[in-house]
Design a protein around this ligand. Sequence first.
Ligand SMILES: Nc1ncnc2c1ncn2[C@@H]1O[C@H](COP(=O)(O)OP(=O)(O)OP(=O)(O)O)[C@@H](O)[C@H]1O
Length: 279
Amino acid sequence: MSSLTSFDPEESKEKNENQSPTITKDRPKAPVYQTKALNLWYGQTHALKDINLPIFENEVTAIIGPSGCGKSTYIKTLNRMVEMVESVKISGEILYRDKNIFDKNYRVEELRTRVGMVFQKPNPFPKTIFENVAYGPKVHGIRDKKLLKQIVENSLKGAAIWEEVKDRLHENAYGLSGGQQQRLCIARCLAIEPDVILMDEPTSALDPKSTLKVEELVQELKKNYSIVIVTHNMQQAARISDKTAFFLNGEVVENEKTDFIFSTPNDNRTEDYISGRFG
Ligand SMILES: Nc1ncnc2c1ncn2[C@@H]1O[C@H](COP(=O)(O)OP(=O)(O)OP(=O)(O)O)[C@@H](O)[C@H]1O
């Protein structure tokens, strides 16, 4: 179950107003993804409606909105996983690094090596910790043992779990706690050196302490990766994201800087949602 927590926009507004004005100019960031007029149907269900949304590099973009509004569908469209559902029909474009991922000649395998995904429930393979992380590089043809060891170590370090597992690399991953398993899954994702990491409610099955660890990790990872995270937890979106897109009934109501969304949103529906009036 997701933890839906209401957010107090007044408190956030006050916090922003009290911050001393800084004259730092945002460096323009390149869009990793550009979604243009995207529509998606599951059979007769129109799940995504005319979505236009840029995702910028080295940022955390949070996707928020009530249950059934299309958050997971959208994130699974970014790596074309959604097409595993037979009834899916799509129109519009998603440009990843300026190439339309729906083009006939686009290689979906390549997209999946550039875009990693972390799911709601940690899903390690029933293998050792080492094998979980080495799996992706092996599939990509890396056989050199020394290199594999290095990749595993770097990935586990990148996912802030190395210290906890370095002495038990050859034990089964199922022996790890839920929070450790989720960080292992993040390490598995890092091992293929992705460009983007998609996270679908990655902390909803975790306790507060493990949640905090993953949140800190996300902040660290955005230095090198672009991250899209679906979350039901408003405080989490406010804490860790740079941009927030509010989805409602398959539409993007608002996509803005996170501070802005949580203090002075443009649309009343955004304000109603973040202040817990519905959801
Ligand atoms: N495999 C599917 N087949 C048919 N309809 C689907 C399928 N998956 C999702 N839908 C429908 O698409 C709409 C969007 O669902 P989606 O799971 O993307 O919403 P969500 O915002 O992620 O919800 P939640 O927060 O509950 O996970 C819903 O109406 C849902 O019932």
